[in-house]
Design a protein around this ligand. Structure first.
Ligand code: SF4
Length: 375
């Protein structure tokens, strides 16, 4: 398949690996920001092919994983209300809230529907003018533009019965929070290529300079990852810390101006809690006052819901790169994709799910025996 096969070429991968092995002289810890990159790394065993000096730390870039429990609880509350049609992408339905998930709300009679685009939810709102239709708008800078455009359309078309529960997050403040943590071990970043295809790269030079870390914009196929690692390691060995675009086939320095203009019109920057991490200043978006009529949190008065994260799930440490998933006591035993304790085991981009899918046989035999296979 074009743009896939040529970026999985084993001969080119070998050459990149040889270059990395020849370049490395001492230990380096790199963080891949995106959960899609984590899955590619674990699935293809890239971390096991790198020199032992190069450690890949899995970052917080999985949108389902970082959505805090209290936002899930707000979704559960809204979806349970009579007359509401609650629309969401499928991966949010099994994320556990306090005591239940959206699937259970549907089982109890709630009208919870899986959609493939926020525009599907807008269409449902037009078809059901006597019902309240709510779309669950979560994610990073990648999913924010279509969600912004949908709210913009709803306002323009005067569709009053459509609203959105928004929990969008932004990557640069998360990088700042990670680097500011006293326990941080990260020395360089593989930035998420798809985020940069929207936002461009102009937010990163200041971070690279302030924290003296190379930031390499990286794609998602095996050769993309290896090239990102190669460029980051080369900078580290030279004592450099610049922003480098290794995903030029998709990322322009200015990003996507039309998408950025839509984001600026519909959203405003706000502080956001990240699951297991806590509040990161200026790390999210909410609907701007101009679009408040379409804000589900406001419309259904659920802004006051506050929820403590469960103590048994250590996804906060996983999301900060302080713990590998299989080092969690519950991994593969109490916590599996069928019985998830945390969002990092539910999401298709979650680090715990990646280790369960591709590495669970590496965990101690007793734990592996008790794990119920899903794939
Ligand atoms: S394995 Fe399960 S309990 Fe442990 S951190 Fe991951 S999601 Fe949480």
């Amino acid at each position: 398949m074009k743009y896939i096969d040529e970026f999985q070429d084993p001969e080119l991968a070998r050459r990149l690996l040889d270059d990395i092995h020849a370049t490395v002289t001492r230990p380096w810890a790199l963080m891949e920001v995106c959960g899609g990159q984590t899955h590619s790394i674990i699935r293809h065993g890239i971390d096991q092919l790198l020199p032992p000096e190069v450690e890949l730390i899995h970052g917080p870039g999985c949108p389902v994983c970082v959505t805090p429990l209290e936002v899930i609880d707000k979704a559960l509350e809204i979806a349970s209300r009579p007359g509401v049609i609650f629309c969401s992408f499928g991966d949010m339905l099994r994320v556990p809230g306090t005591g239940r998930d959206l699937f259970q709300v549907r089982g109890e009679g709630g009208d919870v529907r899986v959609v493939y685009s926020p525009l599907d939810a807008l269409r449902i709102a037009r078809q059901n003018p006597d019902r309240e239709v709510v779309f669950f708008g979560i994610g990073f800078e990648t999913t924010a533009p279509p969600n912004a455009m949908t709210v913009h359309q709803a306002r323009k078309l005067g569709i009053q019965n459509f609203s959105m529960l928004v929990s969008h997050v932004r990557v640069p403040p998360a990088i700042e929070a990670i680097m500011s943590s006293p326990s941080c071990r990260v020395q360089g970043f593989l930035a998420a290529g798809h985020v940069c295809s929207v936002m461009g790269v102009e937010e990163y030079p200041e971070l690279a300079e302030r924290f003296r870390v190379p930031i390499v914009v990286t794609g998602f196929e095996p050769l993309d990852i290896l090239e990102g690692v190669r460029r980051a390691v080369r900078q580290l060995e030279r004592g450099e810390h610049t922003v480098d675009n290794a995903y030029a086939r998709a990322v322009r320095p200015e990003g996507n101006p039309a998408a950025r203009a839509m984001l600026e019109d519909v959203f405003e920057v706000t502080d956001r809690p990240w699951r297991g991490i806590g509040v990161i200043p200026d790390s999210g978006w909410r609907l701007s006052p101009k679009y408040r009529d379409h804000d589900a949190e406001h419309r259904f008065s659920v802004g006051g819901i506050r929820t403590e994260e469960p103590a048994e799930c250590r996804s906060g440490e996983v999301l900060q790169g302080l713990l590998k998933p299989h080092e969690c006591e519950a991994f593969g035993t109490l916590c599996t994709p069928r019985t998830p304790l945390g969002a990092t085991m539910v999401s298709s981009e979650g680090a715990c799910a990646a280790y369960y899918l591709y590495r669970r046989l590496d965990v101690p035999a007793a734990a592996a025996r008790e794990a119920s296979p899903v794939v």
